[in-house]
Write a protein that binds this ligand. Structure first.
Ligand code: C2O
Ligand code: CU
Ligand code: CU
Length: 497
């Protein structure tokens, strides 16, 4: 094989310590993971979109691509009933679909999105991972769009932006988890010459938006208990592009190229394909210069991976999410565990005969060196009580989120080494807007990232160059209930020069 020099290893897998807190342990149990409610034959809801169903062929969201340097899009946010077996399920949609359309742009393009809020609550829009201005009409998460209002976002994608998979979702504080779990998410693909390289030509490119919505016909499915919120809600069914266990039609001798985003509010996916290695060619925000062979890939909420798979023989191969314990709950057999059971999320059905396709040994990627840090900083994740109240909050550096306070000031141009400490009993995926970083001290080939899992009881070190874009934005836990409960801070580089 062409890549025998590569080591085989578990990719980005952190073993979570099963830490617990007395507070969580004292809750009554309602956090168990249930199997999807069986679709029933009750009457359908008021409005129905035809795009989503149970099982069947692998579906791709509609693709909207830029031309002449511009992509102008309208995203209308509204409630809908979508098909679920011979019934329907309630969800939140962009243009009556969940996930929303895939936006395909190039470095140097302008992406202009008119967000029309037809919900009964505020929402807004964030372009996760894009290196664009976080201020004004840009990727500004401090403004909310009220019910019935519209807002036009303008994103100027730098000409030197890395290609890769990014995504969009709401970011209105206190409602992010319910809105994303309700269905509001979509893929953004930045394409460049690497996508046209002969090494990837002819591969079967597929976007996988992984989501685990709650299943039910009424809006109440978006309401969860305080304890479930504290743990981070997990839904009732794992869907790929809105479809339950789709079938991927693959061919022996061809290369499958899967670009996966974990768009779940809290669920982790530990991905594996029966009888096949995964060849990782990109992580969150950047391509790797050579494929890294792994038997499994862990995707925490917000993370992405681009994988090559060479079907080895005709047959049916389960695409599975292996069990993962992100810690925190589950003491004394309460059934409130946030450990996730094994799930089959799709099936690869390979046909044909002959030899498996050869995979590229390298990719034409600029492997930017990690710059040396000029400053260092400690960031500590935690949990606490609101002053004078019984309510629990998640914190960063001992404080819950306050949009009026600036927690970290950084000089534009600085390169900072951050030590992210997690003394809590749960994993937290740490995410920084606008400025991608490299994870250091890792045995994994992680490339440029914007989200990194910090396992329970551990510390992760990153290096962040604060170059290019300037402004004021946020960093937070991407378990979106934790973000809503305060695990977010504000960072400001000051105005651009
Ligand atoms: Cu994907 Cu601030 O988030
Ligand atoms: Cu983000
Ligand atoms: Cu968290």
């Amino acid at each position: 094989m062409a890549h025998e020099h590569l080591t085989r290893r578990r990719f980005l897998t952190g073993a979570a310590a099963g830490g617990l807190t007395a507070w969580l342990a004292s809750c009554s149990s309602d956090g168990s993971t249930s199997s999807p409610p069986a679709p029933t034959s009750t009457s359908s809801g008021p409005t129905t979109s035809g795009a989503i169903d149970i099982g069947g062929a692998f579906a791709q969201p509609e693709v909207l691509a830029s031309s002449g340097g511009l992509l102008e899009v309208v995203l209308r946010v509204e409630e809908a009933q979508v098909p679920w077996g011979d019934s329907t399920r309630f969800c939140l949609t962009y243009n009556r679909t969940t996930p929303g359309p895939t936006l395909r742009v190039r470095p140097g393009d302008r992406l202009q999105i008119r967000l029309e809020n037809r919900l009964a609550e505020p929402t807004n829009l964030h372009t996760h991972g894009l290196q664009v201005s976080p201020e004004g009409d840009g990727d500004n998460v401090f403004v909310a769009v009220d019910p019935g209002e519209d807002r036009t976002y303008v994103y100027d994608i730098p000409a030197d932006h890395r290609s890769g998979l990014f995504w969009y979702h709401p970011h209105a504080h206190h409602t992010v988890a319910r809105q994303v779990a309700g269905g509001l998410a979509g893929a953004i693909v930045v394409v460049d010459e690497v996508d046209d390289a002969p090494e990837l030509a002819g591969s079967n490119e597929r976007i996988w938006v992984l989501a685990d919505p709650p299943i039910g016909t009424s809006p109440e499915v978006l309401d969860v208990s305080a304890m479930k919120q504290m743990a981070g809600r997990e839904g009732d069914a794992v869907l790929v592009n809105g479809v339950l266990t789709p079938e991927v039609a693959a061919r022996v001798g061809e290369v499958e190229r899967w670009r996966m985003v974990n768009a779940s509010a809290s669920r982790y996916y530990r991905l594996a394909v029966n009888d096949h290695d995964l060849h990782v060619i990109a992580t969150d925000g950047g391509r790797l210069p050579a494929p890294v062979t792994a038997t499994e890939v862990l995707l925490a909420p917000g993370e992405r991976a681009e994988l090559l798979i060479a079907p080895s023989a005709a047959g049916r191969f389960a695409v599975r999410s292996l069990p993962y314990d992100r810690g925190g709950m589950g003491m004394g057999g309460m059934g409130g565990s946030s450990g996730t059971a094994e799930t089959t999320i799709a099936t690869m059905i390979a046909t044909g005969t002959g030899d498996p396709a050869l995979l590229p040994e390298t990719l034409p990627v600029n492997d930017d060196p990690v710059p040396d840090a000029t400053a260092s900083r400690v960031v500590e994740l935690g949990m606490g009580h609101m002053m004078g109240q019984g309510d629990m909050v998640w914190t960063i550096d001992g404080r819950p989120f306050d949009p009026a306070r600036t927690d970290i000031e950084v000089a534009l141009g600085a390169v900072e080494a951050w030590e992210i400490r997690n003394p809590t009993g749960m994993d937290h995926p740490f995410h920084l807007h606008v400025w991608p970083f490299r994870v250091v001290d890792t045995t994994d080939a992680s490339g440029w990232k914007d989200t990194v899992n910090v396992p329970a009881g551990s510390t992760v070190r990153i290096v962040v160059p604060f170059t290019g874009i300037a402004g004021r934005t946020v960093y937070h836990c991407h378990i979106l209930d934790h973000e809503d409960l305060g695990m977010m801070g504000v960072i400001d580089t000051g105005p651009g020069r």
